[in-house]
Design a protein. Sequence first.
Length: 408
Amino acid sequence: MRILLKNTSNLGDVEITDGIITSIGEDRNECEEEIDCTDQIIWPGLIDSHVHFRTPGQEYKEDWITGSEAALAGGITSVVDMPNNLEPILKNSQLDEKREIIDKQTKIEFKLALGVTDDSMADFQQAEENADAIKLFMGASTGNMCVSKSVNLEKIFRNTTKPLMIHAEDESIIRKNEQSFKEEQEPEVHSAIRGREAAIVAVSQALSLAKEFNREIYLCHVSTKEEIELVKEARAAGIIVHVEVTPHHLFLNKNAYQELGNYVKVNPPLRLEADNDALWDALKNGVISVVGSDHAPHTAEEKERNYWEAPAGIPGIELLFPLLLTAVNEGKISLNDVKRCCIENPAKIFGFNKKIEVGKSADIVVFDPVKEWVIKKHDLKTKCGWTPFEEYRMQGKVTFTYKHIKDN
Ligand code: DOR
Ligand code: ZN
């Protein structure tokens, strides 16, 4: 089967034969499938470094068929999946089993992060080698996987050789706030319970451990301007720290609770407009290393429950790239910022090969950088079927994504 991407604006004609790129920039014709790519850009498929597809155990929220389709619809061909499944992924056998199930369903490339808790340190030491990354929760989130003992934190920082992805929110601050606010029912209490100081304290602690053990770290979903400042200081002191931001922390803030209630309950929570501004600045100025969606699907029924029962998390994989393209059109960031944070940096950090080359398996997205469209939830591929960005007017759209998965 030959596919011809005719006249892409940056590479010219790109020909794919049986999943392999067979020519770039040469005038080709007569293909079974020809896609007119005039005025469209071709890039390697994007990487989403932070997703929670729900296999195994909670496939009613998402599985790898719907998750892959959502990824491809959003121009993403590679993901790093988190370990907080119904039964957390803490040991070797669980990693192997999870990989085996996903292999049968996936249409995209994946890497798996291993989880760790205070009670799983022995398993962790055995399984670490088999993992693509480590996910460390310094405060428990969905799934209750938490490392709070310093002796364990030190062991992890000292010994890990894999990308160390940290969910940095301080457990004791959150627990204390939960007590103080336990009579509250309004969703916006979430931003007070998981207040900004919980993130700031945990990020400071993660950075000092990184310094002490000379360990490169990856901070997931920074959400406040103070965290950005801490990262800048740490880098000036020679610490290697990768910083991720999510679309929801860039585009949304506490004002969203009024309309969306628990649908925007997420950990870490939404912050202030001033934080949105600081995050956009940090993205534009190169402080942010990665934009990852933290795709965390929950059903509408679950999100309709009362504040204390509704799970935290926002789906995002499908709209991450179009939202960023829209920001490019609004002049907030450049197309290069998107490439850096969604392809180049995550490829380096997690070891994905993202080149468009003759002889290589096709892994590409074609997008129209200026096309206007409106988000409608019924067009979404994610199983959860909703988005906080419903009815957003977008500029920049994915036309075609192709990922050749060997052995499939
Ligand atoms: O809001 C969140 N949801 N934050 C996390 O850390 C986990 C995620 C989930 O798995 O639902
Ligand atoms: Zn997450």
